[in-house]
Design a protein around this ligand. Structure first.
Ligand code: PMP
Ligand code: GLU
Length: 397
């Protein structure tokens, strides 16, 4: 019996796979530093957990409206209003994490063979999600010299008659870079001029590390841009709620209704308890989220300094999210004993096997010569992990 083409080609998420390899090593008693998955080490804030307990006690355990409870859709609308985006609650669909919101959005806009422009480095799941929806990802490689931000001439070059959408992720996973309002306006105009949808993955919008830098949503840059944009967000990163699976999409009414209908026939509503918890996160956990943000900034500063002090390694200073994208190109082509280092994956492999540090090589993100370090982990781990990376470089190069 033959499985579908999708089943045969879909890859396991490389970030989650690396996280599983870490669990396996830990189960064998190995002291491994985990810089792999982008998952906050913090506990979910108490007020959020209490709201969940309360929901259970109140027997809030039935199906809810498939697009989410009104209270939560309104709370997300208010959250977006604080970013300068006006959406009614009916334009918001609550999904099982932002990953699911992305899947719903692409299902709603793509026909078989439609192309989606994906700037690289990209978050790994975009490619598989687009493929699963019958689309064709068209990868456009950004340059380090442009701060890993896609340029207009690159978009024009990638455009074909089949282009249906472009995906923008700012702050970005894996580079931590942030687009300026001017750059986003240019991309927005490109989308308007060529009648494209914009999928704007803003899951890291609350995680920006400069008072001077503010998150700008591309949808806030004009009605004609907003109409064709799907804003994607969620609570996994900003509120340490990865396991609760709460994300959302906000879009034009017609598209939001389609996304709702798609979800109603696939997963129905998000877990009812998690929805109540999410309302508490948005209404009561501002201080907790700010405290985590401060910790992330402190970690970013530390790790960026340490990496810049290690010979042969370099990186741009991440402005947001919780990743640092480290250039290891100077190690490529060198030998360690019998082993020749050909790619960033070799670097990651040696770090994992010999130095017990888990990082994700950049081929997972459609790029070469880099490793991604997630600093969404405690300071003790960060210090130890960077010490091991430093030892790896000093021992071998
Ligand atoms: N988008 C980006 C850029 C991410 O890094 C992640 C990481 N999990 C997601 C979406 C999905 O997050 P979640 O489904 O937990 O909301
Ligand atoms: N987004 C996180 C990461 O990039 C979590 C893993 C995943 O959802 O694939 O590591």
């Amino acid at each position: 019996m033959k499985l579908s083409k999708i089943a045969e080609t879909v890859c396991p998420s490389p970030t989650l796979s690396m996280a599983s390899r870490v669990q396996e090593k830990r189960a064998q008693g190995v002291d491994i530093v985990d810089f792999s998955a982008g998952e906050p080490d913090f506990n979910t804030p108490d007020c959020v957990k209490e709201a969940a307990v309360q929901a259970l006690e109140n027997n809030f355990t039935h199906y809810t409206p498939y697009a989410g409870i009104e209270e939560l859709r309104s709370a997300f609308a208010k959250y977006l209003a604080d970013l300068g985006l006006e959406y009614s609650s009916s334009q918001i669909v609550v999904s099982n994490g932002s990953k699911h919101a992305l899947k719903n959005a692409f299902t709603a806009i793509l026909d078989y063979g439609d192309e989606v422009i994906v700037p690289a480095p990209y978050w790994n799941s975009y490619i598989d999600i687009i493929n699963m929806c019958g689309g064709v990802p068209v990868v456009v490689k950004t340059k380090k010299s442009n701060g890993f931000r896609v340029q207009l001439d690159q978009l024009c070059e990638a455009l074909t008659k089949k282009t249906k959408a472009i995906i923008i992720n700012s702050p970005n996973n894996p580079t931590g870079m942030v687009y300026s309002a001017e750059e986003l306006a240019e991309i927005g105009k490109f989308a308007v001029d060529n009648d494209l949808f914009i999928i704007s993955d803003e899951i890291y919008s609350r995680l920006i590390y400069s008072k001077k830098l503010k998150h700008v949503s591309i949808a806030s840059l004009g009605e004609d841009i907003k109409k064709r944009t799907v804003v994607i967000g969620g609570l996994s990163k900003s509120h340490a709620m990865t396991g609760w699976r709460v994300g959302f999409s906000a879009s034009d009414t017609e598209l939001a209704e389609a996304i709702g209908r798609i979800q109603s026939n696939s997963t129905s509503n998000v877990n009812s308890i998690a929805q109540k918890a999410a309302v508490a996160a948005l209404e009561l956990a501002e201080e907790d989220a700010n405290a985590m943000l401060k910790q992330f900034e402190h970690r970013r500063d530390y790790i960026a300094q340490r990496i810049s002090d290690i010979p042969f390694l370099s990186s741009l200073l991440p402005k947001g999210a919780f990743y640092i994208f480290v250039d290891v190109s100077k190690l490529i082509g060198e030998n360690i004993g019998e082993r020749r280092i050909e790619t960033a994956a070799d670097v990651a492999d040696i770090l994992f096997e010999k130095y017990n540090v888990a990082v994700v090589p950049s081929d997972a993100f459609g790029y070469e010569d880099h490793i991604r370090i997630s600093y969404a982990t405690g300071m003790r781990e960060i210090v130890e992990g960077v010490n091991r990376i430093e030892r790896f470089v000093k021992d071998n190069f």
